[in-house]
Design a protein around this ligand. Sequence first.
Ligand code: F6P
Length: 373
Amino acid sequence: MPPANTRPIRRIAITTGGGDAPGLNAVICAVTRAALQRGWDCIGIRDGYDGLLRPERYPQGGCITLTRERVEGIAALGGTLLGSTNKGDPFAFPTAQADGSIALLDRSEDLLDALARERVDALVAVGGDGSLAIAHRLAQRGLCVVGVPKTIDNDLDGTVTTFGFDTAVGFASECIDRLHTTAASHHRVFVVEVMGRYAGWIALHAGLAGGAHAILLPELPFDLAAVAGLVAQRDARGLAYSIVVVAEGAYPRDGVHALLGGAEAGHAERLGGMGEQVSAALARLTGKDARCVVLGHLLRGGSPSAFDRVAALRFGAAAVRALAAGQADVMVALDGNDVRPVPLADVAGRMKAVPLDGDTLATARDLGICLGG
Ligand code: F6P
């Protein structure tokens, strides 16, 4: 474990960074209530670190005082009351230059100064791999930080699951359920593209839960001839429709990821479009009508499932317990049945892909689901 923090804590801050996920407000609620229980003050930084690094944008103040009243009832709400950004890395902060270009500047020292001015003794950083890597770098600069793993994609190493994933899978499988009837009525192929970046967790779980006939994952580059063969086999058996779930990061054996244009400075490349490509190719290969539905950001919305609410509340409370116990530079993680701190150094920036030898993939194979190979 990293060295213990020995400074007394009186006031903490919480930040939510990266793409939002159902359960963020539940974390904010738990962190606030657990901090107030200990007699600490709690503030929330707006929009990642922007509230402190771009104060001119926040005439009402870049931080929100989090009180018991302010967090009442928020655990059931999607989104984040603090706001979020995935263009706010303080070590490579997008900053407009006189000539109109955007430069990525190291503003980490400004951030540490601003936190000191706010009299913040410790920070709870809620985010995905990028935000947790930032949290680790801030901890190395002396800040007392605990990370909380968030992403609908479930692709963070060191934790059994992240909050947001269960809600996203529940919604995606409901959408797939609904597509069965219209696909069957029109004898069509339906391709459903889901988020997940370079990991296929949402596609695999939603595809299994929704009864998909083929599931294409980034972990298993696919051959569309195999999927077209599955569609033809189903037709021959009188099952004249098929549902294919495609992770946004899936790609053909002889091809590349589908990317959306328009990536901005300080923002990761944007995946998207593989569903359309698969749909067009299957129409060509099978001679059937094919349609594509992209679930995209719908997967990030809505009220968190009960599982995600409980996971997020547990993570938030565990983050405050870790701080109270003098821990820093750790991430709270679900390990078996318990939430425990793990060193940020061991997990930050490390992706968790779907294991090719895991039982969930084996289940898909045993059910005869086509995995594109
Ligand atoms: O939250 C992660 C994620 O949902 C990815 O699956 C997806 O590629 C990305 O966010 C898109 O985020 P945005 O459009 O907000 O940049």
